[in-house]
Design a protein around this ligand. Structure first.
Ligand code: FPP
Length: 248
């Protein structure tokens, strides 16, 4: 039996975020270059996207490239950018067939010109799709995003468009890259690392965290189902007591 059958569709997380980790270690097992791991990670991206969309998850955010990843050897960065663009380009018909909208968060203007163009083209070509949003975090880091938002808010204060006393959590959220999305309720990280790595720090305030030892290229639909089942077996209290939740 698939774990899918045990999932309560009425209590799905609306937004799942994934830190895809372990591609390099996966490649090393086979004595191959790190890019071999990234190439094989594409299958896992497909599996996660398909299974999330099939279930009815509304937003899936994948941490594909962090601002810190620019410090990797140039050869790996170039190969990763090429892979990202080729994959996005190739997957557009499938995204359209499955009614999946592509979006991106991060400092995407810092991507190489060709990658930036291709990404925007794919975003444009899938913008009317409704079933799920596949949100790629590219050249993203939470501290970059927060700094950018604070600068933007400060400018508006300076121009008199915002009064300092009107700065509240909703206003801050609306200046983040994820302004049009609900906060992730479930954050998954693969490869047995227990870190957040500068990912969605503001947005995951109440997210359930799920860690698996699986390396990203080995991640399959059943692994996503398992993470969702684990999520559904937890009691989400948002600072309240168990009694308050049970009697609500
Ligand atoms: C982390 O593994 C993975 C990445 C930095 C890149 C993820 C990219 C892909 C899966 C390629 C395709 C993606 C899309 C969205 C089309 P790592 O290199 O840090 O692995 P390690 O921790 O074992 O070294």
């Amino acid at each position: 039996m698939s774990k899918k059958d045990l999932i309560d569709i009425k209590r799905l997380p609306k937004h799942i975020a994934i830190i895809m980790d372990g591609n390099g270690r996966w490649a090393k097992q086979f004595g191959k270059m790190r890019i071999f791991g990234h190439q094989n990670g594409v299958k896992a991206v497909r599996e996660a996207s398909e299974s999330a969309a099939e279930l009815g998850v509304e937003f899936l955010t994948l941490y594909a490239f962090s601002t810190e990843n620019w410090n990797r050897p140039k050869k790996e960065v170039d190969a990763l950018m090429k892979l990202l663009v080729e994959t996005i380009d190739k997957e557009v018909p499938t995204l359209n067939k499955n009614d999946i909208k592509l979006q991106a968060i991060g400092n995407i203007k810092s991507l190489p010109e060709n990658s930036y163009k291709q990404l925007n083209k794919a975003i444009e070509e899938t913008k009317n799709n409704k079933r799920m949003t596949l949100n790629l975090a590219l050249s993203y880091s939470s501290r970059w995003e927060l700094t950018d938002a604070i600068q933007e808010i400060a400018m508006k204060v300076k121009k008199g468009e915002i009064q300092p006393e009107n700065i509240n959590q909703d206003l801050i959220s609306s200046h983040l890259e994820t302004a049009n999305m609900p906060d992730p309720e479930l954050l998954i990280r693969t490869s047995g690392e227990y870190r957040i790595s500068n990912f969605l720090l503001w947005q995951i305030a109440y997210a359930e965290l799920y860690f698996t030892d699986k390396l990203w290229p080995d991640f399959r639909k059943e692994d996503l189902y398992e993470a969702i089942l684990d999520f559904q077996n937890r009691e989400r209290r948002f600072g309240k007591t168990s009694e308050q939740i049970l009697n609500a």
